[in-house]
Design a protein around this ligand. Structure first.
Ligand code: GLN
Length: 556
């Protein structure tokens, strides 16, 4: 690889600082939460931040990945189908990120190969270093340029030592050469297990992962030990010694009741001040006023509601992570603990009597979904909620299933269905959007991202959103078939939100129920601590008010 003189200069002071986060020992140690927490600590000191997630898999984006294996697909305003960590960043940091904040091996290689085909490399042999690494660096810098921030956080997915992560680690290693020592910071997070028998905190796996990182040429500046408990001084000393960092650069992310406490516990250990000092940022007092109110509301609720989440990917909680967080966030606003129980919809199909169990819940929630499995069970759950006046919220597929249920059981359209489930249904109440016909590629071809919705006055939707025009995020191919609109409206279903041309149904509600509400869009993607999306707030408030015996929900 050919460094030019320009590449190795150390600029004295640049505006943007870069924090790179890597992980060791094993995945799922909470790298995403710690990355978000670093951002939160900086924001608490009034610095502007953004975050980038690097996913070393070869997929171009998360859009074609099965949520059951990889967790939910997070949708950005600009229609990106991204890794779920972007959802964590958006919630922690109250940001609206873009597609470009998620970089994958697929997207990098695609770009490099397209440039090669265009002849942009002028006959040179195209290589991982420098061509792929340059592409990675330029993408991280592009985010910096577009976001006007003080600090860009970049989290490298996977674990140090993974083959597919190497080009990314090489790229972030090189970034220090150009950006300068004082503008770059490497944070390494690794698990410190506690042995059952001896109760000892074992730092050896962490030491190995730091060594692995050094072999690549990265010496961490900060090490975060992920441990069930606060690490003891002996473990801390060992980590500092073998990690070749001062003891005050070692922090511990121990188990807490809610992930939203993580910035608070790390900051208390001095991490926020350390990062600012190390990056040459002015030292400022941190302000967690609003954040603490939110965390306290979560930790110290006055009430509790139980919500049945009737879905298809119930076995993996990450499949519904944003929905789950949105429900909890709405709960905090209502000073109410939300206990979410995941129920496999197929259970009701196998034994229809099981649906009676929904009586034990304060609300029924039907989430997004694809394909036929479990849909009849979801319809049974919705019917039960409607007939028994249990508060109901349906999102996307949940909205489409609510329409189907209403068509079948109230409008008497026998075997009504979505053509996604039964292409030969006599009553295709949910059908493919016209612009979707003929599309064959699965990636990035749905109706995606934020679109404007017109809200009808004098409806629950209007009471909740308090606005005639709202923007919410979408991810779907199917929609309400307008041929059935009049019949459904005549029977009492109100479509209280529509696209700007009025042809796309976005919100439905049943005025004669305590709370029966569903949306084609996904309010969970816009829910933020202290600011739940109105449909989630409405649902939880309704669950609570019904439980408290009120005759109708009392929205703020
Ligand atoms: N499968 C449905 C559609 O494509 C719903 C999608 C979803 O729930 N996100 O329209």
């Amino acid at each position: 690889m050919n460094f030019t003189e320009k590449d190795v200069t150390y600029p004295r002071q640049r505006k943007v600082k870069y924090v790179f986060v890597t992980g060791g020992v094993l995945s799922s140690v909470g790298k995403g939460v710690i990355t978000s927490s670093i951002g939160r600590m900086l924001q608490a000191r009034d610095f502007k931040v953004t975050a980038v997630k690097i996913d070393p898999y070869v997929n171009v984006d998360a859009g074609t990945m099965n949520p059951y294996m990889h967790g939910e697909v997070y949708v950005t305003d600009d229609g990106g189908e991204t890794d779920l960590d972007l959802g964590g960043y958006e919630r922690f940091l109250d940001l609206n990120l873009k597609k470009e904040n998620n970089i994958t091996t697929g997207i990098v290689f695609k770009a490099v190969i397209e440039k090669e085909r265009r002849g942009n490399f002028l006959g040179r042999c195209v290589q991982i270093v420098p061509h792929v690494t340059n592409e990675i660096k330029s993408r991280i810098r592009t985010v910096a340029k577009h976001s006007d921030v003080d600090v860009v956080l970049t989290e490298v997915g996977g674990t140090v030592g993974d083959i597919e992560g190497l080009p990314f680690l090489e790229a972030i290693r090189q970034m220090r050469l150009k950006e300068g020592y004082e503008n770059t910071l490497y944070v390494h997070i690794a698990l410190v297990p506690i042995l059952d028998i001896t109760r000892e905190m074992k730092t050896k796996p962490l030491q190995h992962s730091v060594n692995e990182l050094r072999r690549i040429g990265i010496q961490p500046d900060i090490i975060v030990a992920r441990c069930t408990k606060m690490i003891n001084s002996e473990a801390l000393r060992k980590i500092a010694l073998f990690g070749t960092i001062p003891e005050n650069a070692v922090f511990c992310s121990y188990n807490v009741n809610t992930i939203y406490q993580v910035p608070l516990i790390l900051d208390k250990q001095g991490m926020g001040d350390f990062i600012c000092r190390r990056l040459g940022l002015p030292q400022r007092e941190s302000d967690y006023k609003e954040w603490t109110v939110f965390v306290n509301n979560l930790l110290d609720p006055e009430n509790e509601v139980k919500v049945a989440l009737v879905g298809k990917y119930a076995g993996l909680e990450d499949s519904y992570i944003s929905m789950n967080e949105a429900l909890k966030i709405a709960g905090a606003t209502c000073r109410t603990k939300v206990v979410v129980q995941y129920i496999e919809a197929e259970k009701f199909e196998k034994n229809p009597k099981e649906v009676e169990m929904l009586r034990n819940f304060n609300g029924v929630f039907v989430p997004y979904g694809f394909g036929p499995r479990g849909t009849e069970g979801k319809i049974m759950a919705i019917k039960f909620a409607r007939e028994n006046n249990i508060p109901f919220l349906g999102i996307c597929y949940g909205f489409q299933m609510a329409v189907t249920e209403f068509a079948r059981h109230v409008c008497h359209l026998e075997n009504a269905n979505s053509t996604e489930i039964n292409p030969n249904t006599p009553h295709p109440v949910i059908d493919l959007m016209p612009e979707q016909r003929g599309i064959e590629n699965k990636g990035a071809t749905m109706r995606l991202g934020a679109h404007k919705i017109i809200v009808k006055p004098d409806t629950t939707a209007y009471t909740l959103y308090r606005n005639r025009e709202i923007y919410e995020r979408h991810r779907h191919r199917f929609e309400v078939n307008l041929d059935y609109l009049a019949r459904m409206e005549k029977n009492g279903l109100v479509f209280s939100g529509r696209s700007t041309d009025g042809r796309r149904m976005e919100i439905l509600e049943l005025p004669n129920r305590f709370f029966f509400f569903a949306s084609q869009f996904h309010g969970e993607f816009k829910s933020r601590p202290g600011r739940p999306d109105p449909e989630y707030y409405g649902f939880i408030k309704a669950c609570l008010d019904k439980k408290l015996g009120k005759t109708k929900p009392e929205f703020r």
